[in-house]
Design a protein around this ligand. Structure first.
Ligand SMILES: Nc1nc2c(c(=O)[nH]1)N[C@H]1C(S)=C(S)[C@@H](COP(=O)(O)O)O[C@H]1N2
Ligand SMILES: [Mo]
Length: 319
């Protein structure tokens, strides 16, 4: 039993899962079908390697304890409970891995596992990750700016969007085989950014956290981190990045377009239809009944760096 159970809001998937279970089975079976939210037993760190990277000494944010960062996760390919990814993802095979960069570019290329870790100088970025479920964490990510890959790929004049694709491998990812375990998502998981968002210096491709390579549950071997957007934009275990003229439909948008928009900018003034976004629970803080709440900041605190990207957009419409 853990303290998060009492205070958690309904996670994003349960609403849909509940509706579908009702449709599939009839109302009688509902109570027993709801997933529990628990932390995994101490996840295995044995297989992670240390990374060499430039330390970040400017951040004033206090870090979330490592066991929370790697034990309380959303990675629906491995199940929808917060403990499922740490419990079910440990055997994800990350080496060999191929990340393919393709589409509207002059220079398509691929990177293998070693190249992901060594091609671009690594640095630490301490960012808050704010989930639309109204909780947040502060994570010492290790990675490099997505802009490095974009420069190397040389987008053509047609490229307007950068699209990211998670591994599709139902043999390894049980949520891709089991509709309920996978939260009803139509896999593979896809996310996208406008090219100017992708080029912003805050946008990171992360290969590690807390000094080591990424644990599978956090999106090994490479995942996106977009700190001014809700957590769901920060797509995990990426196998392909494509440059496109048209805006694709992204995973959560496809599941529930009135709840999850393409932009997904953290915005305390625009509520999710089911939950306020004005404040958030700070994961890893406080005692049993005193988990701390704090106000949510516009663009998650990165207004100065990114507000200019949206100066011509009505953020109530383009949520
Ligand atoms: N492929 C994939 N990427 C994903 C998800 C997912 O289910 N599948 N969940 C997203 C959500 S909702 C959040 S909040 C973050 C959580 O990242 P963390 O587990 O490293 O904290 O990952 C995002 N990336
Ligand atoms: Mo999320």
């Amino acid at each position: 039993m853990n303290k998060l159970q009492k205070n958690d809001v309904t996670p994003e998937h349960i609403f849909y899962q509940r509706r579908r279970i009702i449709a599939a089975l009839g109302a009688g079976a509902i109570g027993a079908s709801l997933p529990k939210i628990t932390l995994a037993d101490t996840p295995n760190k044995a297989s992670l390697s240390s990374l060499t990277f430039k330390k970040n000494n400017d951040s004033t944010l206090s870090l979330t304890p490592e066991n929370k960062v790697i034990g309380y996760n959303n990675f629906y390919e491995f199940g929808t409970s917060k403990s499922d990814p740490a419990n079910n993802a440990q055997h994800l095979k990350v080496d060999p891995w191929t990340l393919e960069i393709t589409g509207e570019v002059e220079n398509p290329f691929t990177l293998n596992y070693q190249q992901l870790l060594t091609t671009y100088p690594l640095e630490e970025r301490i960012y808050r990750l704010r989930c639309v479920e109204a909780w947040s964490m502060v994570v010492p990510w290790i990675g490099f700016e997505l802009a490095r890959i974009i420069e190397q790929a040389k987008p053509t004049s047609k490229a307007k969007y950068v699209v990211f694709h998670t591994l599709h491998d139902p043999e390894q990812m049980p949520g891709q085989k089991d509709y309920f375990l996978g939260g009803g998502i139509d896999y593979p998981y896809v996310e996208a950014l406008r090219l100017d968002e992708a080029l912003n210096p805050l946008t990171l491709l992360s290969v590690g956290l807390y000094g080591k390579t990424l644990p599978p549950q956090n999106g090994a071997p490479i995942r996106l981190v977009v700190p001014w957007k809700y957590g769901f934009k920060s797509i995990k275990s990426i196998v392909k990045i494509t440059f496109s003229e048209t805006r694709p439909q992204t995973t959560w948008e496809k599941l529930a377009p009135h709840e999850y928009g393409f932009y997904a900018n953290v915005n305390p003034q625009v509520d999710h239809p089911r939950w306020s976004q004005a404040s958030e629970r700070v994961i890893g803080s406080g005692g049993l009944f005193s988990i701390k709440r704090q106000p949510t900041l516009m663009f998650n605190g990165y207004e100065k760096e990114v507000a200019h990207l949206y100066k011509d957009l009505d953020l109530k419409v383009n949520y």
